[in-house]
Design a protein around this ligand. Structure first.
Ligand code: FAD
Ligand code: NAG
Length: 607
């Protein structure tokens, strides 16, 4: 069973839905490729989460001409329907990247290699992602500032989280002052949920945790996931920021424009970019600034292709060095997750493919844009446990609660997307294939393992080498084992064990037969086999003060040693946030827009 078959399903559903529901919302007819100018005030590379925010905010200044260049095309129609999100992976809106073979991890994957989805097209990864809205921990931002990056403390960035937000949820009465109203990005918590969600929240309380607003003052606790969903439709940056601004006469968005390099003059000022479109190379010039928002994989790649990066590495690829910046592509890290800790239930309380594909679900979505199709498949809740090292309120572990498991529906879609070896999947899950259940998936929020993005070729269309170097730091193993033990506790609360008959799928993991079951050794073997990406790469163009030789941008996100060039996306995070990364990237875009406006004498909101 495979993702191809799921795509056919999706096509059928989409035929039905697109005629009634998403005809207008889902259309993006503003490709300005045929009528571009020779020169703009600002050129933004990449129409993803951050690039979309910048395009919208900079084009608020009527006198500025702004160009947004995107390698991919319009978002696929099915991207609008939240439940179909997983089916987008490995499709046209995905770069279809893979990790480098992992030395310390991914042993249950062919060659220790896993798929590494990244959004391609208008909206970038926000068109492909699972829509969970989590800002992160206040200490994440205070830490960025303490590292020598003024202007990034929690108190400062909170203003930008609020500016971006249009909060429409129900659960924040006590934390209202932390939320924004009327911003471009809708955040909501009202949606269909599987009966199991109640079990997860009760389990948290049984363990002494509070049910919290994860985007309020503190983050430790159990929560219903907030989502970027507007009236049942995905609220990507394409829908929230780009489409509403695309009608402005001073903003041009070019689809299918793949940027191959930045052009510098002798003074190392960025004066334009080169891009390829339908087999032809184009050059477009800039008066004020080029802004790279191509994401954690491609922003360092474009810098290196343009001669900005570690000089020895650039020379390996015969690229003339403009600025020797050893940090470009380094400090690359990502949140690893365990998707495999599974429980079986004695009741039909999960989300399954028939739940989403049923005639009643389709009808409910078509008529009211509600029901299971208006939710990301099986994603229900989040929890963060107290940290056992350092500040207890700065969590090292997040837990995603999925009201489905890998084994359900014969591993259809889920197993395919994650990319385990088929024989591994069969051995571990074969005996429980059609059973109802859930997953509690621990995530390392502050991994110590660091990897890199490096060039494999000077051809701009070739994937760079993506090496998250998962679990290379021994502390990450210890933290993961703590996470597994806490997940087992959640699953074994009366709220789940008694009320839903939850039983842990305690089959010995194939490959770990030699270890004593439930020993630390066993769980180390377990995480080295099955942990993989939860899609939050960051850090590869690190923001840092000049005293840090591995810094790439300063606190105003200007690329060191150059003029007129910034990076604004997830790659600038010195350390990834303790949660999902889309909300903080949107915040980075909002804050960067104000910094840029301020630098050029335009009015700002919070500077
Ligand atoms: C499958 C998946 C699920 C996720 N789920 C969640 C979630 O539920 N919640 C959450 O908070 N986060 C989630 N994330 C992460 C989140 O979406 C990202 O952190 C965020 O979108 C990153 O934003 P960005 O601006 O850094 O990069 P992106 O949004 O990836 O934007 C980069 C853009 O640049 C374009 N580009 C790249 N190279 C070039 C080039 N050479 N020329 C022109 N354009 C180029 C790309 O096509 C893309 O549009 C998920 C990500 C994935 C992939
Ligand atoms: C689950 O909890 C019960 C009751 O507290 C306990 O007897 C049992 O050993 C626990 N099971 C596991 C697998 O931890």
């Amino acid at each position: 069973m495979s993702i191809q078959i799921f795509r056919i399903f999706i096509l059928v559903i989409m035929r039905i839905l697109s005629t009634v529901v998403i005809r207008d919302v889902g259309e993006h007819h503003y490709d300005a490729s045929g009528r571009l100018l020779d020169r703009y005030d600002f050129i933004i590379v990449g129409a993803g989460s951050a690039g979309g925010v910048l395009a919208s905010r900079l084009s608020e200044i009527e006198g500025w001409r702004v160009l947004l260049l995107e390698s991919g095309g319009a978002p696929p129609r099915e991207s609008n329907v939240p439940a179909l999100a997983l089916g987008l992976q490995q499709g046209e809106a995905d770069w279809k990247y893979f990790t480098a073979p992992q030395r310390y991890a991914q042993m249950a994957f062919p060659n220790n290699v896993s798929p590494y989805p990244r959004g391609r097209g208008v909206g970038g990864s926000s068109t492909l992602n699972l829509m969970i809205y989590v800002r992160g921990n206040r200490r994440d931002f205070d830490h960025w500032e303490a590292l020598g990056n003024p202007g990034w403390s929690y108190d400062t960035v909170l203003k930008y989280f609020k500016k971006a937000e249009d909060y429409r949820g129900t659960r924040n009465r006590a934390t209202a002052s932390y939320h924004g109203k009327g911003g471009p990005l809708v955040v909501d918590d009202k949606r269909w949920s599987a009966p199991l969600l109640r079990g997860f929240l009760n389990a948290g309380q049984e363990l002494g945790y509070n049910i919290i607003d994860a985007n309020g003052p503190e983050q430790i606790g159990f929560s219903v996931a907030d989502m970027n969903i507007i009236d049942g439709i995905r609220a990507s940056s394409a829908i929230s920021y780009i489409k509403p601004a695309a009608g402005r006469p001073n903003l041009d968005v070019a689809f299918n424009a793949h940027v191959s390099q930045i052009i510098f003059n002798k003074e190392k000022r960025a004066i334009g970019v080169q891009f390829e479109q339908r087999g032809k190379l184009h050059t477009v010039y800039v008066k004020r600034e080029v802004i790279l928002s191509a994401g954690s994989v491609n922003s360092p790649q474009i810098l290196m292709l343009s001669g900005v990066g570690p000089s020895h590495h650039l020379r390996e690829h015969q690229i003339p060095v403009v600025v020797d910046l050893p940090g470009v592509g380094q400090n690359f890290h990502d949140h690893p997750i365990l998707f495999t800790l599974s429980w079986l239930t004695n009741q039909r309380v999960s989300t399954s493919i028939p739940t989403v594909m049923s005639a009643s679900a389709i009808k409910e979505f078509a008529h009211n844009k509600q029901g299971p199709l208006a939710c990301p498949f099986a994603i229900e809740g989040n929890a963060w446990s107290l940290s056992e090292e350092g500040d207890p309120h700065w969590p090292q572990l997040q837990y995603v609660f999925l009201s489905s498991n890998m084994a359900m529906n014969y591993g259809f879609v889920l197993s395919d997307i994650i990319g385990y070896k088929p024989e591994f999947f069969k051995k571990y899950f074969g005996s429980v294939r059609a059973r109802y259940g859930f997953v509690i998936a621990p995530i390392l929020t502050r991994p110590k393992s660091k990897g890199s993005i490096t060039l494999t070729s000077r051809d701009p269309k070739t994937s760079p080498r993506i090496d998250p170097n998962y679990l290379s730091h021994p502390d990450d193993i210890k933290t993961f084992i703590r996470g597994i033990r806490f997940a087992l506790k959640i699953g074994n609360t009366t709220a789940l064990r008694e009320d839903f008959g939850a039983r842990f799928h305690d089959k010995v993991l194939p490959g770990c037969e030699g270890k004593l079951y439930d020993s630390d050794d066993y769980w180390e073997c377990y995480v080295r086999h099955v942990s993989s990406t939860v899609y939050h790469p960051a850090g590869s163009c690190k923001m840092a003060p000049s005293s840090d030789t591995m810094g790439v941008v300063d606190h105003k996100l200007r690329v060191r040693g150059t003029e007129g060039l910034r990076v604004v996306d997830a790659s600038i995070m010195p350390l990834v946030t303790s949660g999902n990364t889309n909300a903080p990237v949107i915040m980075i875009g909002e804050r960067a827009a104000d910094i840029i406006k301020n630098d050029w004498g335009a009015p700002t909101t919070h500077l």
